[in-house]
Write a protein that binds this ligand. Structure first.
Ligand SMILES: *Cc1c(COP(=O)(O)O)cnc(C)c1O
Length: 315
C-alpha cells in the first residue's frame, strides 16, 4: 500500500471523550475521560511526537533518533513507520524485553546503552548523522504544538472544562495543554499537575524555586521519571494556574486496578496517578462543574505486572 503523498499523513487519532458516572459520583464536577490510551502507540505521545517527526521529515530528515525505553520511543517508532522513515531508539539497560519487542515490531532498530535515560540520551547524541533528527521525549515546542491538538478536540466536541487533570513527567503534555488552551482563546483553565512521590520533579522544582534535578527516580511510574522538568514547565508555574499534586505509588497502582474494573481499560501507574486524584477526592475538584482527566495511557503495564506491583508495595 502506498501513502497518498499529497495529503498529510496524520500520525495520531482523534480519541474518544466519555463521561464517567462512576468517577463523577465521587466528586462535585462531571468527570470526562479523554482516552489517550487508545492511541495506536498506546499513549498521548503520538500527538506531539507525531507532529515533531512530521515536521523534521518535511525539513528533510531521513532518519529519526530517539532515546527512551518507554512510550516516547514507541511513539517515534510508530511515527517512523507511518512516515516511511527508518528509526533508531537508544534504550537504557533497564529496558524490559517487551518494550524492545514493541519497538522492533514497528520496524525500529533498538540500541541498548546507559544505565538510565540520561545515559541513553547522551549516547544517542553520538549517533547523530547529517539529516538525522533527534526527537526529545518532552522538551521541544514542536512536541507541545502536537499535544495541543488534544484541546482542539475538546473544543470540537463542545466541552470547555473548568479544570484538567494531567500527569507530569518532564511536563511536555502539560505545556501542550496550555498552548492548546491559549490557541482556543479560552480563559486559563486550572490544571492539576500530578506526579508520584519519587518522580516528583515538578513539585521539587516548585519547592526549591528552580528546576532542580532529582538524584534518582524511586517511583515505579517510570514514565513520569524525568529527573528534571523542562524549563518551560517550571516557568508555567509562575504564569499559569497550576496546582501541583503528589500521590504514592500505592495510590497510583490502586487507581489503575479500580479503573480497569470500572472502565475496563488498562493504563500505566503514570496514568493511574492522575486517576487517583478522583478516587482520593482531591480538593481541586471542589466548586468545579466539568473536569477532564487526561487518560495518558502507556504500554508498560499488564494485568500480571499490576498484581506484582500491588504485592511489592503492600510489603
Ligand atoms: C510520557 C508520559 C507521561 C509524561 O509526559 P511528559 O510530557 O513528560 O510530562 C505521562 N504518562 C505517560 C503514559 C507517558 O507516556
Amino acid at each position: 500500500m502506498s501513502l497518498n503523498s499529497t495529503r498529510p499523513t496524520k500520525i495520531h487519532i482523534k480519541t474518544p471523550l466519555i463521561e464517567s458516572l462512576a468517577m463523577g459520583q465521587l466528586v462535585e464536577p462531571n468527570i470526562w475521560l479523554k482516552l489517550e490510551s487508545v492511541q495506536p502507540c498506546g499513549s498521548f505521545k503520538a500527538r506531539g511526537i507525531g507532529h515533531a517527526c512530521q515536521h523534521y521529515v518535511a525539513q528533510g530528515a531521513s532518519h529519526l533518533l530517539a532515546s527512551s525505553a518507554g512510550n516516547a520511543g514507541l511513539a517515534v517508532a510508530y511515527a517512523g513507520r507511518k512516515l516511511g522513515i527508518p528509526v533508531t531508539v537508544v534504550v537504557p539497560e533497564t529496558v524490559k524485553p517487551c518494550a524492545i519487542e514493541l519497538m522492533e515490531r514497528e520496524g525500529a532498530s533498538v540500541v541498548i546503552k546507559g544505565t538510565e535515560w540520561d545515559g541513553a540520551h547522551a549516547h544517542a547524541q553520538t549517533l547523530l548523522k547529517p539529516n538525522w533528527a533527534y526527537i526529545h521525549p518532552f522538551d521541544d515546542p514542536l512536541l507541545w504544538q502536537g499535544h495541543a491538538s488534544l484541546i482542539d478536540e475538546l473544543a470540537a466536541d463542545g466541552l470547555q472544562p473548568d479544570g484538567i487533570v494531567v500527569s507530569v513527567g518532564g511536563g511536555g503534555l502539560m505545556c501542550g495543554l496550555v498552548d492548546g488552551i491559549r490557541d482556543q482563546n479560552w480563559p486559563d483553565i486550572p490544571l492539576l499537575a500530578v506526579e508520584t512521590i519519587g518522580a516528583d520533579s515538578l513539585y521539587c522544582a516548585e519547592q526549591t524555586g528552580q528546576p532542580v534535578a532529582l538524584k534518582k527516580i524511586s517511583s515505579i511510574a517510570t514514565s513520569l521519571g524525568a529527573k528534571k522538568v523542562a524549563q518551560r514547565s517550571f516557568d508555567l508555574l509562575a504564569e499559569y494556574p497550576i496546582e501541583t499534586h503528589r500521590v504514592t505509588d500505592q495510590q497510583a497502582v490502586a487507581a489503575c486496578r479500580r479503573f480497569l474494573n470500572e472502565q475496563r481499560l488498562l493504563v500505566e501507574p503514570a496514568c493511574g496517578a492522575a486517576l487517583a486524584t478522583v478516587y482520593e477526592q482531591a480538593a481541586f475538584f471542589n466548586g468545579k462543574k466539568n473536569v477532564v482527566i487526561v487518560v495518558c495511557g502507556g504500554v508498560g503495564v499488564s494485568v500480571e505486572q499490576l498484581a506484582i506491583w500491588q504485592k511489592q508495595l503492600a510489603s
